[in-house]
Ligand binder design. Structure first.
Ligand code: SF4
Ligand code: ZN
Length: 738
């Protein structure tokens, strides 16, 4: 363990702790000890303090305590109870650094300037964490890189970032080298940076790196069941991140004002020591001293002197990231990092669908001999025959054949068209079926992108991801107006037929349910049991999705589970499901009830779309979704509630669910079902209105829809109690919830 590193890291930690102390003193002078300090929309207080100290920071005064803890860590020379004897003092100063950086950044939320300005995004709230977390869980993002500093030139920066985006690696950016940050280089090059493009610029100062690290800290608490303030928190989070979160720090560039023998500043060393504490190794393009495996540290902590062209591959090797390296035969970059990228009107060459023209996409199963494998035809004008700024009609027809392919899987594959097409850089794709909207940018057209490339992308991706059920794929891209008009109506009939077939399936109709253990990579004791009437709580896995996924990979995360003898038809309990769950939750759960939220409900991992929470005062339940940031009548927000029910635990009275489950006939049917719903956010209610009304009609409770309050009607329990009286809500006459 290099003396230089230890010295630099400890010196850096001392400097950061000192500036935190100064800033805190100033903030207290100006605002008093009682002033509230918090990041927006999180249930984890200041996550670093919660995790390492078990401290729930709410007021400025609390930060004085945090600071004292940081100082203690600073002073500690290696002692016997250090769990990593070889790195002890460096690591302790790393934790001190994390605490001090959390103080510094959180103070900005109190007295400004806000960390969220210009290109900088500041703190990622819990809702972002849950939404993005699932991508890390299911492999859409194989891992993340936290980049500190900048590249030699803007062009190098763009090249590096494209390489990371093509591999779908999420990129966090903080800090600068000699006044330049890679995020600024990208911004100057016109690269879009936000969560959708997998590029997250946190802040220009190195202290903003804390946002990447407190994201990781929360993900361990949200998904990994690491308990806050656990005396072994440091060790547990290191092990958790090391094994489950494939992340690394990339330190780029030199600091000219750094002490002569160390190339980068003391503060960066100190922050790196903090990152190492969280299980993230550091890869550098300069020749900073390395920390290689010694003793019980079985992997490299710092590797350095890597050429910028090799740095991504080296980091991937180091962390064992699983990357699909197949190159797409199209003239623009391709990868999940481009999925959410927009194409603005002024950058657009042509568009299809939206409110401008008719457009649709349809994937269908055909007999083997009717599918000409690998063939793409463009029927109608190619892109060179289109006018700049124009809107054209579009039909995307995909024919697949395969002996294992079932008609039910059509919709599963069809839904992926969105993702595959928008993976191409400079192509925007929104919607599905007959409500799609596609734009192709000028740059992408300029690079040689053609309509036929849609076909090539789809053929390649479908064969790649569905090789075990699809043997042949053929694509027709139709840009001829009259043919599109002719085909869109029959396509709509097919969509409708599919919906009614799937919508009419009930839990009683099937012998097997499906399991989903995808989230176990983050929440090791959680398993979703997915039935025709209850989808996975993330909202991404329906019964049919799981069934298709099992056909694709028999050893994957989804498998059929025989229901076996029914123990309780009302609460929804079956013998074999129980024994399966007992094994898959590692003995944490012996049984659960599928249709109850009070009596032994299903566990929640952390990526649920909505929470159903009991409101005993009104003898009903409220539903809140993660997009709603406001207060609920329970006096707590989604983020706080969510913080209490994740991690693979059972929390009677509260369940995490997928949005679609709200309109299911089995929705908390053990407690009386929909008639218990007293409140949900207005936007959620609007979004699910159509399905919910249909469900209510079937149960002869159509009048219930208007009796469900929203934030416009009631913001607290008193208001809600008045409202249920006023509208004569069914909860008034129902059995007590308990
Ligand atoms: Fe995770 Fe359940 Fe969704 Fe599977 S279905 S990804 S286990 S939340
Ligand atoms: Zn999950």
């Amino acid at each position: 363990m290099s003396k230089i590193i230890a010295k630099a890291a400890i010196r850096g930690a001392q400097k950061i702790v000192a500036s935190a102390e100064e800033m805190l003193a100033k903030a207290i002078r100006e605002n008093g000890r009682e002033a509230r300090v918090a990041y927006p929309n999180t249930a984890y207080y200041l996550p670093i303090m919660l995790l390492f100290l078990g401290q729930k920071v709410e007021k400025l005064g609390d930060l004085e305590e945090s600071l004292q803890e940081a100082k203690k860590l600073l002073g500690s020379i290696p002692s016997d109870n250090n769990w990593l004897p070889y790195l002890g003092e460096t690591l302790d100063s790393g934790v001190a650094t994390l605490i001090a950086e959390e103080i510094i950044e959180s103070l900005k939320y109190l007295s400004g300037p806000s960390p969220e300005q210009g290109i900088w995004l500041g703190f990622s709230d819990d809702s972002t964490l849950r939404m993005q977390g699932i991508k890390l869980v299911d492999g859409r993002m194989p891992g993340f890189a936290a980049i500190v500093g900048c590249c030699g030139t803007n062009a190098e920066a763009v090249k590096l970032i494209r390489e990371l985006q093509e591999k779908s690696i999420l990129v966090f950016m903080a800090g600068h080298s000699n006044g330049v940050s890679i995020a600024e280089q990208l911004n100057q090059s016109g690269i879009e940076m936000n969560w959708n493009s997998f590029l997250v610029p946190y802040g220009k100062e190195i202290t903003a790196a804390i946002y990447a690290l407190n994201f990781a800290a929360r993900s361990a608490m949200t998904f990994g069941g690491v308990a806050p303030g656990d005396i072994n928190a440091a060790r547990k989070i290191l092990m958790y991140n090391k094994e489950r979160v494939k992340a690394f720090v990339m330190a780029l560039g030199k600091d000219d004002d750094a002490p002569a023998d160390q190339l980068i500043s003391d503060e960066k060393y100190a922050t790196a020591a903090g990152a190492i504490n969280l299980g993230f190794p550091v890869v550098a393009d300069t020749n900073i001293p390395e920390i290689l495996p010694t003793g019980i540290c079985t992997y490299e902590h710092v590797i350095s002197g890597i050429k910028i062209d090799d740095i991504v591959n080296r980091a991937i090797e180091l962390r064992g990231l699983k990357i699909n390296l197949k190159k797409m035969p199209i003239p623009v970059p391709f990868g999940a990092g481009f999925e959410g990228e927009r194409v603005r009107k002024e950058d657009m060459f042509v568009q299809f669908g939206g409110k401008y023209t008719e457009a649709f996409e349809l994937l269908q199963l055909k007999p083997l001999d009717e599918v000409e494998d690998g063939k793409t035809e463009v029927i109608g004008p190619e892109i060179d025959e289109m006018e700049e700024g124009g809107a054209y009609p579009l039909g995307i027809l995909v024919y697949v054949a395969g002996r294992q392919f079932q008609e039910d899987f059509e919709s599963v594959l069809e839904r992926r068209i969105h993702e595959f097409i928008s993976y191409a850089s400079g192509v925007l794709h929104m919607g599905q079926r007959s409500v799609i909207w596609i734009r192709i940018s000028k740059d992408t057209k300029e690079a040689g992108f053609k309509m036929k490339h849609f076909g090539e992308i789809l053929i390649s991706k479908i064969k790649d991801e569905f090789s075990s059920i699809v043997n042949r794929v053929q694509v027709k891209i139709i840009t001829d107006k009259s043919i599109v008009s002719e085909l869109i109506q029959p396509a709509k009939e097919i969509y409708n037929k599919r919906d009614s077939r799937i919508g009419s399936m009930s839990d009683e109709d099937v012998e097997d349910f499906y399991s989903c253990t995808l989230c176990q990579s983050y929440a090791p004791n959680h398993v979703c049991v997915v039935t025709p009437e209850r989808l996975g709580l993330c909202g991404a896995y329906t019964f049919i999705d799981c069934k298709a996924s099992y056909q694709i990979d028999k050893h994957g995360p989804n498998e059929p589970v025989k229901k076996g003898r029914c123990i309780d038809p009302v609460k929804g309990q079956w013998e074999n499901i129980n024994s399966y769950v007992a094994v898959k939750t590692n003995g944490n759960l012996d049984f659960f009830n599928m249709y109850s939220m009070i009596d032994s409900p299903m566990t929640s991992c952390g990526c649920f779309e909505c929470i159903v929470a009991m409101a005993p005062e009104v003898n009903g339940v409220i539903i809140v979704d993660r997009d709603y940031n406001g207060m609920t009548p329970l006096g707590i927000k989604f983020s706080t509630l969510a913080g209490q029910i994740g991690g693979g635990n059972q929390t009677p009275g509260f369940i995490g669910i997928g949005r679609l489950f709200i309109s299911s006939a089995k929705f908390i049917s053990a407690e009386g079902g929909h008639r218990r719903i007293v409140w949900m956010p207005k936007q959620l209610k609007e979004e699910i209105a159509e399905r919910l009304k249909t469900t209510f009609e079937k149960q002869n409770i159509s009048e219930l829809f208007d009796k469900i309050a929203t934030e416009d009607i009631a913001m607290d329990m008193e208001g809600l109690m008045e409202y249920v009286q006023k509208v004569d809500h069914p909860v008034l006459t129902m059995d007590p919830l308990f």
